[in-house]
Design a protein around this ligand. Structure first.
Ligand code: SF4
Ligand code: SF4
Length: 133
């Protein structure tokens, strides 16, 4: 399961990930971390049993940490003209042009960094409804 956590500034230095592992036996890999101006956004791959995962997500919610599931990026095909601009910023190649120069989006590969959204001149990339836990 891949999630993205957005920390409020007062929790940037708190041992949130450590507690997820210690209290809820959740295994994790950090796929992406952005920390700037007292704000953090972490994209994690997490694993554990269902009860522990739910407990961990509840813990994050209690801490005021916003959590979204992946994928939450959507390409509006009626707007996209396959210019390829967004593919240049996608570090995991979830966005690429196929052999017919048409944009392909691999949802499974997307780590929800959202860097592509601002690159689209036509506003064809957007987030879909996010789930908070
Ligand atoms: S930048 Fe926008 S229009 Fe261009 S390929 Fe990406 S989604 Fe399509
Ligand atoms: S949010 Fe966009 S740039 Fe980031 S991994 Fe997903 S498709 Fe690529």
């Amino acid at each position: 399961m891949i999630i993205t956590m957005q920390y409020p500034s007062n929790l940037v230095s708190a041992p949130i990930i450590y507690q997820l592992s210690r209290q809820y036996n959740i295994e994790f890999s950090i796929l992406r971390a952005i920390v700037e101006d007292g704000f953090a956004q972490l994209t994690l791959e997490i694993a554990g049993n269902a009860e522990d995962l739910q407990g961990g997500l509840n813990y994050l919610a209690d801490k005021g940490i916003y959590v979204s599931d992946n994928p939450n990026i959507s390409i509006l095909e009626d707007k996209c003209v396959s210019c390829g601009a967004c593919t240049a910023v996608c570090s995991v190649r979830a966005l690429k042009l196929d052999r017919n120069s048409k944009l392909e989006f691999d949802k499974a590969a997307c780590i929800n960094c959202k860097r592509c959204i601002s690159t689209c001149p036509l506003g064809a990339i957007q987030t879909v409804s996010l789930q908070s836990k």
